[in-house]
Design a protein around this ligand. Sequence first.
Ligand code: ZN
Length: 156
Amino acid sequence: MQSLTDAEWAGVATTLAAELEDAAGHTYDLGKFHSHGGYHAEDQLIAALPGPAPAGHYRLLIVINRSPCSDISGIHKATGHQPCMERLIDLQKNGIGMTHTFELVVNYRHLYGHSNEERALNSLGVQQGSAAGISFLHGEGYYDVGVAQAVSQMET
Ligand SMILES: [Zn+2]
């Protein structure tokens, strides 16, 4: 699968690279997707599925610079955009087109959001995804002290 560049890891745009892997270990590179114009990188990935892969069950590996947006913070309610975490949970549970099913593995570097509070709320979105069976790996940005403080304040 493709790698993210340093500029993409740190960029304002959400960028992801993805591939499918079948039970025999054969992989299908799905390429790289960037957010633009209110159309999130995850939306574009879902639109591109299943790519070249024949009907079957696959591990869907997503490497992405920030965690999928969730509805918990409410920041997308005004735009009507369906939160990417909801779409990925639907993909994990239902697959697509009666022909392809997926086990999602999402490797992200930072939590989504413009403030510590938003990032803390979106960490709960990641927990929703985990509860639905999605596997998450996270980078150093997950351990941001400000986010931990915001979560702590939410719990009081
Ligand atoms: Zn999104």
